[in-house]
Design a protein around this ligand. Structure first.
Ligand code: GLY
Length: 310
């Protein structure tokens, strides 16, 4: 079978000033992840590589460019999961780390735990030689300006996910030539969140899930809503009952809207290579590589394609 990789750069009301950079950013991430797959890497390597590209790009809310909490600090959450064994790793409220997704992978591979949080996550990073950077290195000019302007969490959530305009989360899913699936998700969370607030992204079954028997999902959107409906597992449970990746995503996002009035998005792959990128927010930058085609989009129901060159 041929490998497929799908990435998202966050579902929210992306303003026109960030639209082009967001689309270019997800395309670069998809190219990087796919190059890993084409170079013989597995799905897990590919999703980590793709998410690292977006964590390094200040247009996205993850790593560099992450949103600020109520105290003006950066607290990062990330998750990674391997569909072969259900091995998973997560970090939450970690500080001063440029690539939290790789720290999450280290939690998965080098500890007996699934998640480390806050000081414990930073102590672990230090113990394995992952260096830290000053907070200001992670803060983009755009985020500093937006944080100064918008100091109210609730209004921000309504503007970003409910009605109009905080950044939200990056993620990737992949299936490799052997039919193994993986997912990864990384975020700075929601602007003006309380200190210590953890959203859906690092929580297994909510911000992501990967199981070779079902598929892989990475979610984005209003974290508290996604947590309440365990969105990633909900999508996969619909797929387990025979729905396509697209139908399962649409049904689950609609359920989240109906039950808890939450908006968001998801990228999904099945073990057979079927995929979807779906959202109920105003926009979501996404890109997918399937064989030699790079698909991408930003606005609802608009899907573009170009030839994929490594
Ligand atoms: N979806 C990211 C968050 O709410 O933290």
């Amino acid at each position: 079978m041929s490998a497929v990789l799908v990435v998202h750069g966050g579902a929210w009301a992306i303003p026109d000033e960030l639209a082009k950079a967001s689309v270019e950013g997800v395309k670069s991430a998809a190219r990087e992840g796919s190059s890993v797959l084409k170079g013989g890497g597995n799905a897990l390597d590919a999703v980590e590589a793709a998410v690292r590209v977006m964590e390094d790009n200040t247009v996205f809310n993850a790593g560099h460019g992450a949103t600020l909490n109520i105290d003006g600090e950066v607290e990062l959450d990330a998750f990674i999961m391997d569909g072969r064994t259900l091995a998973s790793g997560a970090v939450s409220s970690v500080k001063n780390i440029t690539n939290p997704v790789s720290l999450a992978r280290a939690v998965m591979e080098k500890t007996s735990h699934v998640m480390l949080t806050d000081r414990g996550a930073n102590l672990f990073a230090e113990s394995i030689g992952i260096s830290t950077v000053p907070t200001e290195t992670l803060v983009s000019e755009y985020e500093r300006k937006e944080w100064e302007l918008h100091k109210n969490y609730i209004t921000g959530v309504k503007e970003d996910f409910g009605l109009k305009r905080a950044h939200d989360t990056v993620g990737a899913v992949a299936v490799d030539c052997a039919g193994n699936v993986a997912c990864a998700t990384s975020t700075g969370g929601i602007r003006n969140k309380m200190v210590g607030r953890v959203g859906d992204s690092p929580i297994i079954g909510c911000g992501g899930y990967a199981d070779n028997l079902s598929g892989a999902v990475s979610c984005t959107g209003h974290g508290e809503s996604i947590l309440k409906v365990t969105l990633a597992r909900l999508i996969l449970s619909h797929m387990d009952q025979g729905k396509s990746a697209a139908e399962a995503s649409e049904l689950s996002l609609q359920n989240m809207a109906d039950r808890v009035q939450g908006a968001g998005g998801a990228v999904v792959v099945s073990p057979s290579g079927q995929w979807a990128a779906t959202f109920t927010t105003e926009r979501m930058a996404w890109a997918a590589v399937e064989q030699d085609v790079l698909w991408f989009g930003l606005d609802p129901n608009v899907k573009q394609k170009e030839k994929f060159h490594q």
